[in-house]
Design a protein around this ligand. Structure first.
Ligand SMILES: [Zn+2]
Length: 416
């Protein structure tokens, strides 16, 4: 979802909640959904090609609108597609380019937008609410109404949707396993948080987390969150099936069947991982009032050679997002500690900064006071201390009710 200025201003008064459900469209519905997703992929590639061409011609960047294409001879079929889906393509592409330009100007890393290939990228599109009074999308029981699809689509509601929300957008995804998923984003009026009553500093429960690879994190109590065990089983299986695939004739029936089998295993691994992340973030936001984490630039970490695979596998980015929104629901606080804060180099006992510590030193041995500790545990303690110090610094009269230090995917709107 792209958040415009208006949304940011409104964001203070509402909370968003997302649900993801599997659905079972009829063959006709599935055909339409595939067409809509395909038209969005087409639109993305076409706009991207035109932007690239205008760049080559030395013109200034501007993102074309879908309307521009609907009357082009041969493209009239676009008129039969979900126009909101196409409009979202423009928003997403424009946002991707703006991130890329920012990255070129020294901001967080973002690559140049790339073309979407039919069998390599997941088929998906996003549509949204156009009219509050006569909603074009809505959920009625387990039936989901989408634009340009006559009959509502049946969803499998494995959990209850909190009543009182307004359905703002739906992202339809066709996984490689052949299953259809629907991500529903609801808007709720923000409720006064009652979860953190006026507590004074001493009563607040706080914890620090240090991202650690290949595990997920080590907390300031020395506990390790390692969700690798169940995942590793599936991973080994994926590797085995992948080897089998390499012996098959490309394009043959067996080959395609095997590919499907592997896609299913990948989907299973992803579900297991997300399930674990949800459980961990749920528990942490239940148990603690203030959770401090390092402000890491995940895109930059993924770029670095050493951590490439494990950093994207371990889902730290997903995890911090889950922590952030769960904290907002429960009136808890996430504090991001500056990434330049020397969390792993500072001795938590005496404060000495051990400059010679390298990434390969798994143990921290303080040359000043002799404190010997696991490197990540030590870092987590420092993150907790620093985060809680920052939190208390901004506490008005000893109670915590303004989540001003909360983690946000979007920059705060400026006063101007
Ligand atoms: Zn020391």
């Amino acid at each position: 979802m792209s958040v415009g200025q208006k949304d940011e201003a409104k964001a203070a008064a509402v909370t968003m909640k997302a649900y993801r459900f599997a659905g079972s469209p009829t063959p006709e519905q599935a055909h339409l959904l595939s067409q809509f997703a395909g038209s969005c992929r087409f639109m993305w590639n076409r706009m991207l090609a035109d932007i690239n061409a205008s760049y080559e011609a030395g013109e200034k960047y501007s993102c074309p609108t879908p309307a521009k294409y609907k009357d082009v001879p041969g493209l009239e079929w676009l008129k039969n597609m979900d126009s909101l889906g196409l409009a979202n393509v423009q928003l997403h592409l424009d946002a991707a380019f703006k991130r890329f330009f920012k990255s070129c100007a020294g901001g967080p890393f973002a690559g140049h937008p790339s073309f979407k290939k039919k069998h390599e990228s997941t088929d998906s599109y996003t549509t949204n609410l156009a009219n509050k009074k006569h909603p074009n999308i809505f959920l009625d029981g387990c039936l989901l109404k989408l634009p340009k699809i006559k009959e509502p689509i049946r969803l499998r509601l494995h959990r209850q949707v909190e009543p009182g929300g307004l359905l703002k957008s739906v992202t339809v995804t066709h996984e490689a396993t052949g299953k259809w998923y629907f991500s529903l984003l609801f808007e709720y009026p923000k409720q006064e948080s009652t979860a953190v009553p006026a507590k004074n500093k001493e009563q607040l429960r706080h914890i620090g987390l240090d991202m650690s690879l290949p595990k997920l994190y080590v907390d300031s109590n020395g506990n390790v969150a390692d969700f690798y065990k169940p995942y590793r089983k599936v991973e080994a299986k994926i590797a085995r099936e992948q080897r089998k695939l390499s012996h098959m004739v490309k394009g043959s029936n067996n080959y395609n069947k095997q590919k499907q089998r592997i896609a299913k295993l990948h989907a299973k691994a992803k579900r297991q991982r997300n399930d674990m992340l949800h459980k961990l973030s749920f528990r942490l936001t239940e148990q603690y009032d203030v959770i401090s984490i390092e402000d890491l630039d995940m895109a930059a970490i993924k770029q670095s050679l050493h951590f490439g695979k494990s950093a994207s596998d371990n889902g730290w980015g997903n995890f911090t997002r889950m922590l952030a929104y769960k904290a907002v629901w429960k009136g808890k606080h996430i504090v991001k500690v500056d990434k330049w804060f020397p969390s792993s180099k500072t001795c938590c006992k005496c404060g000495h900064i051990h400059k010679e510590l390298t990434l390969s030193d798994r143990l921290y041995c303080c040359p000043n006071c002799g404190n010997l500790m696991d490197r990540d545990h030590q870092a987590a303690i420092n993150i907790d201390k620093e985060g809680f110090r920052l939190f208390c610094e901004e506490l008005p009269s000893g109670c915590g009710d303004s989540p001003r230090a909360e983690l946000s995917a979007h920059p705060q709107p400026s006063a101007a």
